[in-house]
Design a binder for this molecule. Structure first.
Ligand SMILES: *[C@@H]1O[C@H](CO)[C@@H](O)[C@H](O)[C@H]1NC(C)=O
Ligand SMILES: *[C@@H]1O[C@H](CO)[C@@H](O)[C@H](O)[C@H]1NC(C)=O
Ligand SMILES: *[C@@H]1O[C@H](CO)[C@@H](O)[C@H](O)[C@H]1NC(C)=O
Ligand SMILES: *[C@@H]1O[C@H](CO)[C@@H](O)[C@H](O)[C@H]1NC(C)=O
Length: 154
């Protein structure tokens, strides 16, 4: 009985872990609510909007999420080019798109492959996978892309 319960709890836990690990297409982060970051499965790292102290400005960043002073390990924009309250980040089939409150969009990550999911990994790498060729190849990763900003076509 106890082991059956443990087994079922393990399955539930596994299911929750998997659900948290993959970020699905059209998932969106906002600056102004609780949905402002995607944590890694262990919670060690998070990707999202990092508010600059005493401002209404945010950096698109990855930070250590378990320590009180959230230390940034990666950022897409320089400190001089943060984005204001009301911005959003959406995972699309072409990559990660940042849209400001006045409707201007830039790509944080862009690929010509079709993105199948994104994932904030426990090693601090944020990755986008593509199911083109049915092989879930990583088509973008933060480890290899710093300060990359390009204008989206649409
Ligand atoms: C993420 O999704 C892909 C494609 O559906 C799947 O193969 C993979 O196992 C998933 N990974 C996790 C950690 O959930
Ligand atoms: C994402 O949103 C677009 C536009 O609303 C929609 O056409 C598409 O089916 C959505 N994709 C998924 C996987 O939900
Ligand atoms: C996508 O394809 C176009 C046209 O081939 C190319 O100019 C562009 O650099 C590609 N973008 C990426 C992110 O690979
Ligand atoms: C997986 O997909 C990528 C991207 O389309 C491709 O370059 C690569 O050759 C594929 N790998 C295998 C083993 O099919």
């Amino acid at each position: 009985m106890a082991s059956a319960t443990f087994f079922i709890l393990s399955l539930l836990f596994l299911h929750i872990t998997l659900a948290l690990a993959n970020i699905t297409i059209n998932s969106t982060l906002y600056t102004n609510n609780n949905n402002n970051a995607w944590p890694s499965p262990s919670g060690e790292f998070a990707f999202g909007f990092h508010q600059l102290k005493d401002t209404n400005l945010f950096m698109v960043a990855i930070w250590y999420n378990k320590i009180p002073e959230k230390t940034i390990v990666w950022n897409s924009y320089s400190h001089s080019n943060p984005t204001p309250t009301g911005s959003k980040i959406q995972l699309t089939q072409s990559g990660l798109k940042l849209t400001t409150p006045n409707g201007e969009s830039t790509w944080i990550a862009q690929t010509n492959n079709t993105v199948s999911y994104g994932s904030m990994l426990d090693n601090g790498n944020f990755v986008l996978a593509s199911s083109d060729n049915n092989n879930n190849t990583l088509v973008w990763q933060s480890f290899k892309n710093r300060y990359f900003v390009a204008k989206p076509n649409s």
